[in-house]
Design a protein around this ligand. Structure first.
Ligand SMILES: Cc1cc2nc3c(=O)[nH]c(=O)nc-3n(C[C@H](O)[C@H](O)[C@H](O)COP(=O)(O)O)c2cc1C
Length: 187
């Protein structure tokens, strides 16, 4: 069966090469609107997005993702902008529910908004990459985020080169992923 959502999910991939071209404000506004519409536990919306498009700050954020002696994320230096997701406190009722159930709803919500951003970016022919490996202290310093808050993800955003092909998706097979009606056949 044809699905335009599945086509979009196939189109979105982690983009690790960017050309020297800015993201238009019009497109950014659409991405931010898609982010704004994200669902969250009890509709707490426990997030703030810091748009980083100042050249000097972009460089500092990019450098913060290359930290720690692990040679990843060098591509971030090419990205013309970043969306940085700050995790805010959920509503007291949501936090209580999370505490009772041993679930961290704020971080679940953070993942959802991140994917809204990346899928919307893909639909607008933009590349994106969620970056979880970064020096959080440094990012907070650069963006004036209070030290008691957490930065969930840094998302690189920009245009990929024309010859940047869609890679094959390496994923679990449906058989590995899905079980109907029971997790385990052992009773
Ligand atoms: C929470 C999270 C953190 C990630 N951190 C990084 C990262 O620091 N550097 C990077 O290059 N990719 C990072 N990725 C991208 C994943 O490696 C990528 O999504 C995965 O390999 C699947 O590939 P695809 O996004 O191209 O479909 C991250 C993805 C997620 C969801």
């Amino acid at each position: 069966m044809q699905s335009s959502f599945l086509n979009l999910a196939l189109l979105r991939q982690s983009c690790r090469k960017y050309i020297d071209s800015k993201v238009e404000q019009e497109k950014l506004d659409v991405i931010l609107e898609a982010a704004r519409l994200s669902p969250s536990a009890s509709n707490s919306q426990p997030w703030t997005i810091v748009v980083v498009n100042d050249e000097a700050k972009c460089k500092m954020v990019a450098e913060s993702t290359i930290s720690g002696g692990i040679p990843i994320n060098k591509f971030a230096l090419q990205a013309p902008m970043f969306l940085v997701i700050v995790v805010e406190k959920a509503r007291p009722i949501t936090r209580l529910a999370g505490w009772i159930k041993g679930k961290d709803f704020e971080w679940t919500d953070m993942g959802i908004i991140a994917e809204h951003i990346c899928l919307q970016a893909a639909e607008l022919d933009l590349g994106s990459c969620m970056i979880g490996w970064f020096d959080e202290k440094r990012v907070k310093q650069v963006l004036n985020v209070p030290s008691n808050k957490r930065v969930g993800l840094v998302i690189a955003l920009g245009y990929p080169p024309d010859d940047y092909h869609i890679r094959k998706k390496i994923r679990k097979s449906t058989d590995e992923l899905v079980r109907y009606n029971t997790y385990s056949s052992i009773k």
